[in-house]
Design a protein. Structure first.
Length: 359
C-alpha cells in the first residue's frame, strides 16, 4: 500500500469511528340525434367506438413506445436472479416495495440488516436487497446490471412500482440504471440516495493521483468518464429523486457538490439539523436522514425537509436499529479500506460501453 493510500485510509478510519461514537442513541355512449337515419347512426357509432379504441390503444402504447429496454445485459440471468433476495410479502404488497442497494466493500447484510431492512420491514414495507458482485469493487458498468435486473424483477413480482434506497456507490448506480435503461422509469416511484457520489468524490481522485489505481476508484473520481456520462443528461422526471448528503462525509466530498444530481431534490442533513455531526457510514443510522427517506416514501414526490421539521434533530439514531450490527459494518468498512491495495491496479479508467458514449 502506498504512503498516500495509507495516509488517506488512516484518516478515513479514524474519522469513521469518531463519527459513530459521537452519534447519540435514540430512544358513455356517443349521443346521436333521433332524426338521423339508422344506418348513419350506426356508422357514426362504429366510428366513435373505433376512435375510442384507437385513442385508448395510443394512450396505453405511449409508455411502451417511450420505454425502450435499453442495452442488453451481459451478465447471465441466472447469476442476476441469484443476487436478488426479497421478503415473502413482495408478491402481495400493500405498500410500495423497497429495493436496498449497498455500497463499495460491503454486502446487503452488513449495510442494511441491522437498520433499514429491519425497520422498514417492521413498518410493513416489502424489502428486497441485491448483492453486488465482488463487494462492489469492479467496473460499475458490470455492477449496474445487477441493479437493472433487480428493478425489473421486483416490479414484475410485486405488480407495482418500487422505491429504491441506496448508500454510497449503491446511491449512484440506480441513477445510472435510470439514465441508460428507459424502461425502468415506469417501474420506479422514488429513487433515494444516501451519500451517493453523484458527481464523484475527491477521495477517489486522491487515491488515483499517483498513477495506477483500481477501476472502481477511477470511475468514482471527480471528472471521470463514468461520472461525465452519468450527469450529461437528467434522468426521467417521472421518478422522484432525492439525494441526501452530509457536510461531515469523509468519503464522499466535497460537500454539497459531490452528492448533487441535476434535477434531483438535493438535501444535506445539516439543512434540516444545522451542525449535525454525521459521517459517511453514520448516515445509515442517522434519524434525520431516515426521516427524509421515509418522508419521500410516504408522500408523492421527493423528500421535503420542511415537511419533516426540526423535531427529529433531538434524535441521534432512528428507533429500532441494532447498534451492534452497525459496529460490525464499521469494522468491515475499515477492512475494506485496507483491502483497497489488494485490488488490481490499472493505468486507465475502463472504456465506456457504446450505450454510454452515445446516450
Amino acid at each position: 500500500m502506498s504512503a498516500t493510500v495509507k495516509s488517506l485510509a488512516g484518516h478515513v478510519m479514524e474519522t469513521l469511528w469518531g463519527r459513530f461514537v459521537a452519534l447519540p442513541q435514540s430512544p358513455a355512449p356517443v349521443p346521436v340525434r333521433s332524426e338521423e337515419p339508422r344506418m348513419k347512426t350506426f356508422t357514426r357509432r362504429l366510428l366513435a367506438t373505433a376512435a375510442t379504441l384507437l385513442l385508448g390503444a395510443g394512450i396505453q402504447a405511449a409508455p411502451a413506445a417511450a420505454a425502450e429496454p435499453g442495452p442488453e445485459l451481459q451478465t447471465p440471468v441466472a447469476v442476476l436472479d441469484q443476487a436478488l433476495s426479497c421478503s415473502s410479502d413482495v408478491a402481495h404488497a400493500s405498500k410500495t416495495p423497497v429495493l436496498l442497494v449497498h455500497g463499495t466493500f460491503s454486502d446487503p447484510s452488513e449495510t442494511w440488516s441491522w437498520g433499514y431492512q429491519r425497520v422498514l420491514s417492521a413498518e410493513g414495507y416489502p424489502v428486497c436487497t441485491v448483492t453486488l458482485p465482488e463487494r462492489a469493487t469492479i467496473d460499475m458498468q458490470t455492477t449496474v446490471e445487477y441493479v437493472v435486473h433487480a428493478i425489473r424483477r421486483v416490479n414484475e413480482d410485486s405488480g407495482r412500482k418500487l422505491s429504491i434506497v441506496g448508500h454510497s456507490q449503491g446511491g449512484v448506480l440506480p441513477a445510472w440504471a435510470l439514465r441508460f435503461w428507459p424502461d425502468l422509469a415506469a417501474r420506479v416511484d422514488d429513487n433515494i440516495a444516501l451519500a451517493g457520489p453523484q458527481t464523484g468524490t475527491k477521495l477517489a481522485s486522491a487515491l488515483c493521483s499517483a498513477g495506477s489505481c483500481p477501476d472502481i476508484a477511477r470511475q468514482l473520481a471527480v471528472g471521470s468518464d463514468w461520472m461525465s456520462a452519468l450527469t450529461r443528461k437528467p434522468i426521467d422526471s417521472s421518478v422522484s429523486f432525492t439525494s441526501i448528503g452530509s457536510h461531515g462525509d469523509e468519503v464522499v466530498f466535497p460537500a454539497p457538490e459531490a452528492t448533487r444530481f441535476p434535477g434531483a431534490t438535493n438535501v444535506m442533513v445539516q439543512d434540516l439539523c444545522p451542525g449535525r455531526p454525521v459521517g459517511h457510514i453514520g448516515l445509515l443510522a442517522d434519524a434525520a436522514a431516515y426521516a427524509l427517506v421515509t418522508d419521500a416514501l410516504t408522500h408523492n414526490g421527493p423528500a421535503d425537509p420542511g415537511r419533516v421539521g426540526g423535531q427529529v434533530c433531538v434524535q441521534g439514531t432512528y428507533p429500532g436499529l441494532d447498534p451492534v450490527g452497525m459496529g460490525d459494518l464499521l469494522e468491515t468498512g475499515i477492512a475494506g479500506l485496507t483491502a483497497f491495495a489488494t485490488l488490481p491496479y490499472t493505468p486507465h479508467e475502463p472504456a465506456l460501453r457504446d450505450y454510454a458514449v452515445s446516450g
